[in-house]
Design a protein around this ligand. Structure first.
Ligand code: KG4
Ligand code: ZN
Length: 342
């Protein structure tokens, strides 16, 4: 069904509530952001050192309606002009997802609009489409607080996971190491800044870097880091925090970049996309840019702007546009799928 055939413009209202940001966006043609409202709850979770699911759900309930109103206002679009409503149905926190899903279902029912279910990780990859059209095959390095994956795409909306973490996600490792350094949650951005002021003097292990697969492991690095800090504390030694951050980050980047380059060569991809919250990491962005330029001559690297790396609804709208073209719609029975994969 062509959901836009009665409409003057191809407009989707997208809703994201999988973790700790309530976000609503209006997207045109799957590639133009008319509005992208993001209400972050980070300050409420900081004192607990991580996201508290129950607190997250309550915040989503409080924010969702005003985010929808604000997204429509800022886009200068009326409900009647919309062609569809899209919503993240997983992966994520079940209670948090359900708030967005319920809001999307109600909005779709009240306004007689089709409902498009979107996988959050597909959304992260589709953030790249605001920067550049995709040229297949595409390899996406997907690095977030809950996931670390290398994803091969041969066409729009088709995802093959060729490698993933066997234990901690990359962002999770940043946040756990940050806690040991006494930083507040989430600590990825701060560690990135500290890393730029230090040197890789501690030479942490590069887990699984040389292994003949595309999987990752970050728990060994995390343990090595924590043991080093605890041993030093017991001996009353003071370690240089900037060097610690730089050493941790150097290990993470070496592994991520070398596996991405190897996979890009093996699968002869035309485009590499960096996606997910950790894609905001300046060290990773710079290094991947350099290495793709020097080692993968005809490959185009797409790195979304900082504000589209973290969770937001614009990326959900972009992925939804492709789902709608494939004819993927949901009805009122749509449920949250907290552990759904791509
Ligand atoms: O994609 P995202 O916003 O939420 C999930 O879907 O998980 O990712 C959040 C993660 C957090 O672990 C955070 O510490 C990390 O992204 N992060 C970073 C940076 N900015 C955010 N990690 C490293 N360097 C950064 N600059
Ligand atoms: Zn995310």
């Amino acid at each position: 069904m062509d959901i836009f055939n009665q409409k003057e413009r191809k407009l989707i209202l997208a809703i994201e509530s999988s973790c700790d940001e309530t976000s609503v966006a209006v997207i045109e043609d799957g590639q133009v952001i008319l509005s992208n409202i993001v209400a972050s709850q980070i300050n409420s979770h900081k004192r607990f050192g991580g996201v508290v699911p129950e607190v997250a759900s309550r915040h989503h309930v409080e924010q969702i309606i005003s985010c929808i109103d604000e997204a429509l206002n800022e886009a200068n679009v009326t409900k009647e002009e919309l062609g569809a409503v899209a919503v993240t149905y997983g992966p994520g926190l079940v209670g948090a997802l359900l708030i967005g899903i319920q809001a999307a279902k109600s909005f779709a029912w009240a306004n007689d609009l089709p409902l498009i279910p979107v996988n959050h990780m597909a959304g992260h990859i589709y953030a790249a489409r605001f920067v550049s059209e995709m040229t297949f095959p595409v390899l996406a390095l997907l690095v977030s607080g809950g996931h670390t994956e290398l994803v091969l795409m041969k066409a729009h909306g088709e995802f093959e996971i060729i490698g993933e973490t066997r234990d901690d996600a990359c962002g999770e490792a940043y946040d756990k190491v940050g806690r040991v350094l006494g930083l507040s949650y989430p600590s990825g951005k701060e560690i990135d800044e500290m890393a730029h002021l230090g040197q890789d003097t501690y030479h942490f292990p590069r887990s699984m870097m040389k292994e003949d697969n595309y999987d990752f492991s970050f728990s060994g690095l995390k343990s090595a880091f924590i043991n080093l800090v605890h041993n030093a504390e017991q001996r009353d030694e003071v370690l240089d925090k900037h060097d610690l951050a730089a050493s941790f980050q150097a290990s993470v980047i070496d592994v991520l970049v070398s596996k991405t380059i190897r996979a890009a060569k093996e699968y002869q991809v035309k485009q590499v996309i960096l996606a997910g919250g950790v894609a905001a990491n300046k060290g990773l962005r710079d290094r991947l840019t350099q290495v793709v330029a020097s080692e993968l001559q005809d490959v185009h690297l797409v790195v979304p702007p900082f504000k589209l790396c973290g969770d937001n609804a614009a990326m959900i709208g972009a992925a939804a546009f492709v789902e709608a073209e494939k004819g993927v719609f949901a009805d009122g029975s749509l449920n949250a799928r907290p552990s759904v994969t791509l």
